[in-house]
Design a protein around this ligand. Structure first.
Ligand code: CO
Ligand code: CO
Length: 331
């Protein structure tokens, strides 16, 4: 379902305005945050989807890393996780066991504890987690704090949607997905820690709405605008080539439609590269805004540590929720 349709449906539901609810997914946040006491808040999120790779263990790892990501985007620490499983028994229980083992190992790596789950029979397998975390509200990173003059930092390359589409169509093989798979199963935990340590003003994770869609939510929440340097956005090898061959997931078009008139480009950007900015990501990187003076040290720490391809991809400007895309590198 496209982000625009979802917003329409959600806006029809009554809002629960309780003072303890200090952040909700309705406001564009990555997770719901519920205040327990002055310095403790509960952070809750869930995510699940059908397989995007053939290997069940790898799929389990990716789905778990993806679900945990919204906890990290808020600067929180994951505490407990529950499995969400839809599975056709005809696939065999060994396959299910491998998916769950992948998820379980990822949850352990995060330091959280798996506390249970629920399984239903379904024609197509789906897997993910519901995750509960904790955060000190004064240390929470939110989507709405971007300030004009801040620079945009992205921690992982883009292109998992286009590459998964190409894999399904057998235009590429599993081997061509290796770097993307490695990236998708990597936790955003260390990147989130570095973001906090270097005082990011806003943070979100790049997932289904694509880089452009999540950046749009970020500038809208802060009532600012942004310049996006598409040529500086790291892409997985093969993304542009597969995009040029039309291997675009339908979600990409929905994401473009969602951002609609809020995005403009000056004609300097290659069309396919522009489209890549809207490629829906699975377990993508963190997108943060940080003061110019902190950007260099943050980038060094990310590149020498958990995110070798972390990049500055643009800046925050004055204005009302607009994104200007510039091409440069590949044009
Ligand atoms: Co998110
Ligand atoms: Co999510």
């Amino acid at each position: 379902m496209g982000p625009g349709d979802l917003e329409k449906i959600l806006s029809r539901l009554p809002r629960d305005d309780v003072p303890e609810l200090i952040s909700s997914v309705e406001s564009g946040e990555d997770a719901g945050v519920y205040l327990l006491d002055e310095d403790t808040a509960l952070v809750q999120t869930l995510d699940f989807f059908p397989p995007i790779v053939d290997d069940p263990y790898t799929f389990g790892q990716i789905a778990a890393a993806n679900a945990l990501s919204d906890i990290y985007a808020m600067g929180a620490r994951p505490l407990t996780a529950l499995n969400l499983v839809a599975f056709p028994c005809s696939l065999g229980l060994d396959v299910l066991a491998s998916i769950l083992a992948g998820g379980h190992d990822k949850v352990r790596e995060s330091g959280a504890v798996m506390v249970g789950g629920h399984t239903i029979e379904d024609k197509e397998p789906k897997y993910g987690l519901s995750v509960t975390g904790l955060v000190n509200p004064s240390e929470m990173t939110t989507i709405g704090g971007a300030r004009p003059g801040d620079v945009l930092v992205l921690t992982k390359p883009v292109g998992t949607g286009i590459l998964s589409t190409a894999l399904k169509a057998e235009f590429i093989g599993e081997g061509d997905m290796a770097a993307a798979v490695e990236s998708m199963r990597a936790l955003n935990d260390e990147a989130a820690l570095l973001f906090s340590r270097h005082g990011v003003s806003a943070c979100t994770d790049v997932t289904g709405f694509g880089l452009g869609g999540h950046l749009f939510e970020m500038v809208r929440a802060a009532r600012v605008s942004a310049e996006l340097r598409a040529g500086e956005v790291p892409l997985f090898d093969g993304t542009l080539e597969m995009g040029r061959m039309g291997m675009m997931p339908s979600g990409l078009y929905r994401n473009k439609e969602y951002v609609g008139g809020a995005v403009r480009d000056d004609g300097s950007c290659d069309r396919t590269l522009f489209d890549c900015m809207f490629d829906p990501q699975t377990s993508g990187g963190l997108l943060g805004t940080v003061g110019e003076e902190d950007a260099g040290p943050l980038l060094d720490a990310l590149r020498n540590g958990p995110c070798p391809t972390a990049s500055v991809i643009g800046r925050v400007t004055e204005g009302e929720a607009r994104i200007s895309v510039y091409g440069e590198r590949s044009c």
